[in-house]
Design a protein around this ligand. Structure first.
Ligand code: TXA
Ligand code: MG
Length: 336
């Protein structure tokens, strides 16, 4: 079922959420696979539908600032971040109150809270009159869903429906910051950049695992840092450098089977393959973020055995794009 943003459809979708059913909801980042966060059985069905490991906690979405105190124990930083960035693409990890079921937080004593900016998400939370637990709406390990069609592709038979809010504006999941102790830590980069966060949190650290692969047995600050993410079915290899060098590298591999290339806009002519898609201009991380998951999904449908992605490493939103690409290619990122 696809609902639109009419009052009637939103009331119907919200009622489904209230009753403990799964409803995919649009947000400004990516679509979320939503359920009533206070209903353990409903939350369990999110994990089943996604095939999500039980040790990976969910984000709880709220639509009223004061609910930060209903579900968590906020500190000064939390209030200041909320004032500056909420509603918006920022998730805060805070000590959890008891009323959040432990299945939501995967047994941790903390909870991830986000107040999304998308008006449809806000209405659904308010109409359902409960907080909504929602991971990104994709089968676990696969690229996140940024349109209602992506969601239906992954979950058609397993959800009550999706509310179609059009393509997501950011296209990348929210920035995640842990505020659990004296050292605020960036766990996942996103549309809200480290530079912006440091205006409020001058001592912000970036977690190990954001820009590099974790070593075996390394302490993980967020379960999400340890899991496989955003990976197409094909073997995916990142190439860090200019287009000419990337093309030369691919040629040197003497590949006999069809392969795909994901490159920057206007650089298609460097490559010698028919399966080629661009994902935004070099240097334009905002545009890249918007197209990234969509492009990975389209390439995955082409049935190639290997995908090469030309990547760059930049600050700001660029860190979020690089982080997603690094994971898409299982950290096989080659400097060319
Ligand atoms: O933009 C978004 O954040 C989207 C939309 C739907 O809001 N949601 C999303 O959820 O990306 P998900 O489940 O795909 O990613 C949530 C991340 C995971 O990496 C998870 O490990 C981390 O947040 N997380 C959740 N609760 C946590 C906690 N209590 N402590 C540490 N990390 C946590
Ligand atoms: Mg996800």
């Amino acid at each position: 079922m696809i609902w639109n943003d009419s009052e009637q459809d939103l009331r119907t979708a919200a009622e489904q959420l209230r009753q403990g059913n799964l409803v995919a909801i649009p947000t400004e980042t990516v679509y979320g696979l939503g359920a009533n966060a206070l209903d353990e059985a409903a939350v369990a069905s999110i994990f089943r539908a996604k095939g999500r490991p039980a040790d990976n906690p969910l984000i709880v979405h709220i639509a009223d600032l004061k609910d930060i105190e209903t579900y968590a124990y906020p500190n000064q930083w939390a209030y200041r971040l909320a004032e500056r960035f909420w509603p918006g693409p920022l998730t805060m990890i805070l000590p959890k109150k008891k009323m959040i079921p432990s299945i939501v937080s995967a047994g941790l004593e903390s909870v991830a809270l986000r107040f999304p900016a998308h008006p449809i998400a806000q209405k659904l939370i308010r109409y359902a009159n409960c907080p909504i637990a929602a991971p990104s709406a994709n089968v676990s390990g696969k690229p996140s869903g940024t349109t209602a069609q992506h969601v239906l592709h992954d979950f058609e038979d397993r959800i009550s429906g999706v509310v179609d809010g059009g393509p997501c504006a950011c296209g990348l999941e929210s920035t995640v910051v842990s505020l659990l102790d004296d050292n605020p830590v960036l766990l996942r980069p996103g549309f809200i950049t480290p530079q912006q966060l440091r205006e409020v949190l001058p001592s912000l650290l970036i977690a190990r695992g954001v820009e590099e692969e974790l070593q075996k047995n390394e302490v993980v600050l967020s379960p999400g840092l340890a899991h496989k993410h955003y990976a197409p079915n094909a073997e995916t290899i990142g190439l860090l450098g200019d287009a000419e060098s990337a093309a030369r590298y691919i040629k040197s591999q003497c590949i006999t089977e069809p392969y795909a290339v994901m490159c920057f806009d206007g650089e298609e002519h460097f490559y010698d393959t028919s399966v080629i898609l661009s994902y935004g201009r070099r240097g334009d991380a905002r545009a890249q973020g918007e197209k990234l998951f969509e492009t990975l999904r389209v390439l995955d449908d082409k049935q190639v055995k290997r995908i090469y992605i030309n990547a760059e490493k930049c600050d700001g939103i660029g860190l979020a794009v690089y982080n997603r690409l690094l994971r898409s290619c299982g950290f096989q990122m080659i400097r060319v």
